[in-house]
Ligand binder design. Sequence first.
Ligand code: ADP
Ligand code: MG
Length: 245
Amino acid sequence: MSDTPVLRLESVRKTFGGSVVLRDVGLAVPPHTVTVLIGASGSGKSTLLRCVNLLEEIDDGAIFLDGEEITDPHVDPDSVRRRIGVVFQAYNLFPHMTVLDNITLAPRRVHKVPRAEAEDRARELLARLGLAEKAGEYPDRLSGGQQQRVAIVRALAGQPRLLLLDEITAALDPELVGEVLGVVRDLKSQGMTMVIATHEMAFAREVADQVCFLDRGVVLERGTPGEVFGSPTAVRTQQFLRRIV
Ligand code: ADP
Ligand code: MG
């Protein structure tokens, strides 16, 4: 197994109209590990994930995917996005398409996978996530938790190297959170490399190999869950955890 991190950020700086949102952010995500980003609203978690997916242009620094600098202006952003799966807070499924069509759209249109092959793979993934019988349903017939699981299947359909999950349980009723976190737990056990922004601290503690506490755009603290949750060194980390846990 190669030691090259799947994802590496080097001194990333991001500003919006003069205000610095990410400051000198460094991060390395080894293969088959889970990195969890925690921090107050507005600390920069979503912006960091959006920079990785090249939805935002960074002002300074560099981002590497499998050792390749993806922030190099010569790199085709679409080729990068094909290697990264993303799930956001809102499920963003197309309401006028069935579950199966939602999942196979990108593989067929973007990756040029033949329909039968795309559908076989989609059904296999749906079965793995306990959604086999939902292939022909429209999204509004599913619960929020089921819709979010379909969004995860859709992100996996392109066989990504890296999965970015941005507060994927934040919009769910509390009783539906568990089924979605269960899927993430399964993906971790299957070796998927992930970067997850979440406010679910108990889950972060359980699933993370590495926890990064973001404070006003700075990685103020990083370590194993035991280190960050058990003995945080920065005063602001202690304050944040006292408020939230
Ligand atoms: P988090 O996900 O941790 O809540 P965000 O990354 O969404 O934080 O936001 C970090 C900061 O960047 C906030 O101050 C937010 O207002 C600002 N921000 C995010 N997106 C934009 C944008 N498109 N334009 C201007 N400011 C933005
Ligand atoms: Mg956010």
